[in-house]
Write a protein of this length. Sequence first.
Length: 66
Amino acid sequence: MSFAEQVKYVRATLLVSQKELAKMLGVSFPTINRWETGKLEPTFLNRKKFELFCKDKNIDFKGAEI
């Protein structure tokens, strides 16, 4: 699963908008939008922040379908 698909999956799982997810992760709305469309890959630190966020929310990508 690509990072863009992971972002979409997380938003769908949490039922939040891009703006709401951006606020939760401490990044801007355009950043989430670019991650989700695949126009931008996250920095190492933001990827780790995203992974920890998913772990805290008990979101697992194994078997996830987009």
